[in-house]
Design a protein around this ligand. Structure first.
Ligand code: MRU
Length: 353
């Protein structure tokens, strides 16, 4: 199944519970927007594109449950729900991107054709956002193929795979396309402390796909790069600012510095839904601070002495100057990124007012 699917009969968003992988494959069923928000906050569903689409279905649940047929009350309810969903995780812009599109659809449909028509339009729109995500990932895979030589050793961080999207993946979508094209690639998988998305999720996905890989701790990346074992670094993104600065999982910035030091290309695969032209640079990107217990504990077992304070910024920002190229569903964007990003975003029809 896809990472998330909407069950129309049950009126529920069904998610693969990513906190239980790789040892347990369990599903979570969300019947209310609050349950969707909880699933996003606790990272049962995670990854920028996946939480964007999950939020869209969360808003759909609010629309389906709304009791009145008054367009004003309906739209107020949706605005309130969207505000609640926007607060789940601050760094990935995809949540705002998806909710903005859903709200625009709701306004036009409710004001022109009434609440019942708006519910149907939102159902279609949410499914469309989900399908578009899969389509974008496949396109990124095809464009990214040009950057992956035969026999390449690719280093990746966190999980930018099918689980982080509706299906197929962004950075891992490129890996997958290269593997399917017979390029004979091998992947170094950073374990990705503290939440271990690499060890738990990327390793699980690559194993299922039959892609050769080696799991390493984050601190081993420099060693393998300096020994000529890594041909390219390939990661996803949670938000890309107008100047090309990239927010991604904590530890990504260090990889970009190491890649530059070792003359290795550093690629980011990100759909245009991850680009935020409203922010001039990465300094403006909000960085989520998660619970210190996720650092002081591993899988619920305390590893640091009781009472020790632990910091937990969940993301960092890689400056544009360290980014070799950004792979999007509209092509591979090269520096100057300020210009190529603006062109790529403006290729999309504007969101309805
Ligand atoms: O905290 P997470 O697991 O949601 O962080 C995910 C990442 O940093 C991914 O690299 C990013 O969302 C891109 S996913 C296609």
């Amino acid at each position: 199944m896809r990472t998330l699917e909407f069950d129309e009969l049950q009126r529920a968003l069904i998610l693969i519970d990513q906190t239980r992988l790789p040892h347990h494959t369990e599903l979570v069923s969300c019947r209310t927007p609050e349950q969707v928000a909880h699933a996003i906050r606790t990272m049962q569903v995670r990854g920028a594109p996946a939480i964007g689409v999950a939020a869209a279905f969360g808003l759909l649940l609010a629309a389906l449950a709304h009791p009145s047929n008054d367009p004003r009350a309906f739209l107020d309810d949706l605005e309130r729900t969207a505000a609640m969903l926007r607060q789940t995780r601050p760094t990935a812009v995809n949540v705002h991107w998806a909710l903005d599109r859903m709200l625009a659809q709701a306004r036009v449909a409710a004001e022109e054709d009434g609440v019942e028509a708006a519910r149907s339009a939102l159902m279609l729109r949410a499914h469309e956002l989900a399908d578009q995500d899969v389509d974008a990932n496949r396109r990124m895979g095809a464009f990214g193929l040009d950057l992956v030589p035969s026999g390449a050793n690719i280093l990746t961080h966190c999980n930018a795979g099918a689980l982080a999207t509706v299906d197929y993946g962004t950075a891992l979508g490129v890996v997958r396309a290269a593997h399917e094209a017979g390029r004979g690639v091998h992947v170094y998988v950073d374990e990705t402390r503290p939440f271990l998305q690499g060890a738990r999720l990327t390793a699980w996905e690559l194993q299922r796909l039959g892609v050769p890989m080696t799991l390493i701790t984050d601190s081993m990346a420099g060693h393998f790069m300096s020994r000529g074992k890594v041909d390219l670094v390939l990661v996803g993104a949670d938000r890309v600012a107008a100047n090309g600065d990239v927010a991604n999982k904590i530890g990504t910035y260090s990889l970009a510095v190491l890649a530059r030091e070792n003359g290795i290309p550093f690629y980011v695969a990100a759909p245009t839904s991850t680009i935020d032209l409203s922010l001039k640079s990465g300094v403006e990107i909000p960085i989520e601070e998660r619970s210190s217990s996720e650092v002081a504990e591993v899988s619920g077992v305390r590893i640091a002495p009781e009472g020790v304070h632990a910091a937990h910024p969940a993301f960092d920002v890689t400056p544009a100057r360290l980014v070799t190229a950004i792979i999007t569903e509209r092509g591979v964007l090269r520096p100057p990124l300020q210009e190529s990003l603006a062109q790529a975003v403006h290729a999309e029809p504007p969101v309805l007012a």
